[in-house]
Design a protein around this ligand. Structure first.
Ligand code: HEM
Length: 361
């Protein structure tokens, strides 16, 4: 199997918007010929029925069903709820003794609660959903674990759909059920697939963004000072984190619809491409001094929310959550510091890019 990692900013930007590149797995020779091994860890990514595996008209239909949930107005209206949730988490953290894991106690629950409310997920099942979703994005799970997580996640989300059918709510799941039942715009598997996508995309990434931003700011006190003194806004720290330490390391997969010459090479029809967002953010040919964390960069153009027809639907929400989380955290704890000890371990995924824990004092 040949997979091309597209790591240069300009090449990636071009290919993400190139009609000769598609996302339907039927375009992939390895998949079409049934050569994908059973339990391959990224199977869900490439087969989940929904907008990330669709092209053209199909993609527009599936994406259109959820775009209304993320208009700038609907997103901005979530600000008070995000602030209230972040404040409640900070209150709870105040009771913790000694160094603690900021990822577990703050960066994870905030986006999970927000997407949970948007989708109408039962709060009691959110931790379980998160664990299953972690296995899905881990890219190093055993075949058995990957298959089991995929099945359990589909089953759990199908039960959420059944519950919402019985008792509709004011949430995206109820809206999607209406689109399925009233005018048949969505199949049952697309309905569950879309929920799965929204759940994973809506929290794993923002969790990484908040973790990576706090880590970078604490490791670069001069940059944190610039924000705390009001010389640059929190939004600039968020954009620089997106570029410097992209929450999505690499996104699988895209496929060449025809032979595509790139630089000196040719991506052959039917071969797969990996969008290497983290590498593109550090491309020295696009950003001067790319390995330096610098919150004053202007302009700060990165591809970390994607580009072209699959550009992230939740970028406004992610930015709002991250800015709010950072502002409230550092207002409450201006002397926050990284705890002593060995450097944190990466999470062991080439899709999801962050550290397993972020111990702070
Ligand atoms: C797509 C990044 C947060 C929903 C994408 C893509 C990237 C991305 C890189 C393009 C994937 C590709 O095709 O190559 C991020 C980052 C986030 C974030 C870095 C947070 C820091 C969110 C949130 C939501 C969301 C909060 C929803 C609540 C989606 C959806 C797509 C997507 C639905 C698929 C769009 C399509 O295929 O048309 N995101 N995302 N994302 N994102 Fe996000």
């Amino acid at each position: 199997m040949v997979v091309w990692a597209v790591t240069h900013h300009d090449t990636l930007q071009e290919l993400l918007a190139d009609p000769r590149v598609g996302k339907n797995p039927q375009l992939w020779t390895t998949f079409r010929e049934g050569r994908l091994p059973e339990g391959w860890p990224l199977t869900t990514f490439v087969t989940v029925p929904g907008m990330i595996t669709a092209d053209g008209e199909d993609h527009r239909r599936l994406r259109g069903l959820v775009t209304q949930a993320f208009t700038p107005r609907r997103t901005a209206a979530l600000q008070p709820a995000i602030e209230a949730r972040a404040t409640a988490l900070l209150d709870r953290m105040a009771g913790l003794q000694g160094p603690f894991d900021l990822r577990e106690h703050y960066a994870y629950p905030l986006p999970m609660q927000v997407i949970g409310e948007l989708l109408g997920l039962p709060p009691k099942q959110q931790d379980e959903l998160h664990e299953l979703s972690d296995t899905l994005v881990s890219s190093s799970a055993t075949p058995e674990a990957a298959v089991a997580a995929q099945r359990a996640l589909f089953a759990l989300l199908a039960s959420v759909v059944a519950a919402k059918r019985a008792e509709p709510g004011d949430d995206l799941t109820t809206d999607l059920i209406a689109a399925r039942e009233d005018d048949d715009r969505l199949s049952e598997s697309e309905l569950v697939g879309t929920l799965l996508l929204m759940l994973v995309a809506g929290h794993e990434t923002t969790l990484n963004l908040i973790t990576n931003a706090v880590r970078a700011l604490l490791a670069h006190p001069d940059q944190l000072r610039l924000v705390l003194d009001g010389a640059v806004p929190w939004s600039a720290a968020v954009e620089e984190t997106l570029r410097y330490d992209s929450p999505v390391g690499q996104f699988p997969l895209r496929y060449a619809v025809e032979d595509i010459p790139v630089g000196g090479a040719v991506i052959r029809r039917g071969e797969a491409l990996l969008a290497s967002y983290a590498a593109a953010g550090r491309d020295g040919a696009h950003v001067p001094d790319a390995d330096r964390f610098d919150v004053t960069r202007q302009p700060n153009r990165h591809l970390s929310f994607g580009h072209g027809p699959h550009f992230c639907l939740g970028s406004g929400l992610a930015r709002l959550e991250a800015e709010t989380a950072l502002r409230l955290l550092f207002e409450r704890h201006p002397a926050l510091a990284l705890a002593d000890g060995p450097a944190p371990e990466p999470i062991g995924s080439f899709v999801s890019n962050s550290v397993r824990t972020l111990r702070v004092t």
